[in-house]
Design a binder for this molecule. Structure first.
Ligand code: SIN
Length: 473
């Protein structure tokens, strides 16, 4: 569709606060116009042979990889994350396109094995129609890719609303799809504040699904809003991941994984460990080593080579992390490193030092709420059973991690952790070919691989009675 006219929103460099662009602030009417465009494009795209759809998705993956540096630069500007993380995000995003293209090969009518003579039964995968994607700012390219690629693979057309902080990555991805030949109206990126746009989409009976990544609170609002039109939902919501270190864990491996998982995007990922639950026999060693490694992480501008920790996304985020630190200290926690913001010249005051707190307890806010920042609180626990009990004492259930050198112990932990994703001796779990999603307050629905494409399909079952039994001739 054509660009929206009217009001605009500034887009800022997350580290410096400088305005780097303006994008339209779409109205409800403009959001509905996007649905008009997606609806008009639906018959043609749904009727495009799956092999042609797959080919386009693969070309999009290749073009994204070819523009890796440019895309990573946009991500780093909008989010503030280190360039190496942004480059990894571009690769992750491209993988979603390849994964969805692979799945196209599976999208054909399945003839059921005969159960009675005189009947032919089949199941046909049909696109569910126009779908909406509402994406977060922490992975502005990859989170759109993992909603757009499977939707297009399934034959759906899409309207998409990126987070206000990070629309440029989404627009860059849409541009790549257009250059690769995606028909007009098949993807419509709408920028602006969420309320008018998302309300318009939920009320519009033509939008048959909304896929959202963001907070549990907003997920609840979407569920209420989806009731009238019975809009299908995929909700990837807040996490509160436990990180279990058993007595026999390789401590240096666990520390490396904790650093990677906890401080990626400055702790602003849904799957980052939020609660460190460590066996009492190794808790001091783990805590000291984690604090030393965390204190050594270079903080600064994402574009500066070697920087590992960028800014938090907003002043509210800084206030929340600070409040969690203060609450933990008030309740007896000991700050081993960090605990406050650090000044980076010519930048916003949102760089929060990687923080490790020992002596964490379940009464602390950080053990009950998602911090979404660079805070690693460590609790000491006496037994394996108690570690699992503490890990599961939450309504959230996105990711969980277990570290032990005994394969049976990690298998036992993986079995008992009540969450959608488990990392055993690793925090590097993200994979475009695997099912990503949670349970409980972390939402429902899966993204990635065949699971991701299934979310955009409605299977039509056709049962045909034949007057003559089918016999061999
Ligand atoms: C998220 O935490 O929001 C997504 C993380 C990922 O896919 O790696």
């Amino acid at each position: 569709m054509e660009p929206c006219g009217g009001a605009s929103l500034p887009v800022r460099d997350a580290a410096t606060g400088e305005v780097i662009a303006h994008v339209p602030a779409a109205t409800a009417d403009q959001a509905r116009a996007a649905v008009d465009a997606a609806s008009a494009a639906l018959p043609k795209w749904a009727g495009t042979p799956v092999a042609v759809r797959a080919d386009l998705l693969r070309r999009c993956a290749s073009r994204s990889r070819a523009q890796r540096e440019r895309l990573a630069d946009i991500i780093t500007a909008e989010v503030g994350k280190p360039l190496a993380e942004s480059l990894a995000e571009v690769d992750y995003s491209a993988d979603y396109f390849d994964s969805a293209a692979d799945e196209c090969g599976r999208l054909h009518t399945e003839v059921l094995p005969p159960r009675r003579s005189g009947r032919v039964q089949s199941a046909e995968p049909q696109p569910i129609g126009v779908v909406a994607a509402v994406t977060p700012w922490n992975f502005p390219l990859a989170m759109l890719a993992r909603k757009t690629a499977p939707a297009l693979a399934a034959g759906c057309t899409q309207v998409a609303k990126p987070a206000e902080e990070t629309p440029l990555s989404a627009l860059a991805l849409a541009e790549i799809l257009v250059v690769e030949g995606l028909p007009d109206g098949a993807l419509n990126v709408i920028t602006g504040a969420p309320e008018p746009i998302v309300h318009a989409w939920l009320a519009d009976g033509r939008v048959r699904k909304v896929s959202f990544t963001g907070s549990t609170e907003v997920g609840r609002l979407l569920m209420r809003g989806a009731a009238t039109q019975l809009v299908r939902l995929s909700l990837e919501l807040g996490g509160h991941a436990p990180f279990l270190v058993f007595a026999d864990a390789d401590i240096s491996g666990a520390v490396d994984a904790a650093i990677l998982g906890k401080f990626r995007v400055a702790g602003q990922t849904c799957i980052c460990p939020n609660r460190f639950i460590v066996h009492a026999s190794v808790v001091q060693d783990f805590g000291e080593r984690l604090a030393t490694a965390a204190a050594a992480l270079p903080i600064g501008l994402g574009r500066t080579p070697g920087v590992r920790v960028g800014p938090l996304i907003s002043d509210e985020a800084v206030a929340r992390v600070s409040a969690h630190v203060k609450d933990a200290v008030d309740r007896g926690g000991r700050v081993l490193t960090g605990g406050a913001t650090v000044r980076v010249p010519h930048c916003v005051d949102r760089f929060f030092a990687p923080t490790v707190i020992a002596g964490a307890t379940p009464s602390m806010r950080c053990f009950n709420e998602e911090t979404f920042g660079p805070l690693a609180p460590i609790a000491s626990v006496e037994s394996d059973d108690a570690m699992i009990r503490m890990a599961n004492a939450t309504p959230y259930g996105l990711a969980g991690y277990a570290f032990s050198s005994d394969p049976d112990r990690v298998a036992w932990a993986a079995k008992h952790l009540q969450c959608g994703i488990v990392g055993c001796n690793t925090t590097a779990v993200s994979d475009a070919y695997a099912p990503f999603g949670g349970r409980g307050w972390s939402g429902f629905g899966r993204e990635g691989g065949r699971w991701g494409v299934d979310e955009y399909l409605a299977w039509k079952y056709v049962c045909e009675a034949r007057s003559e039994p089918l016999t061999s001739r």
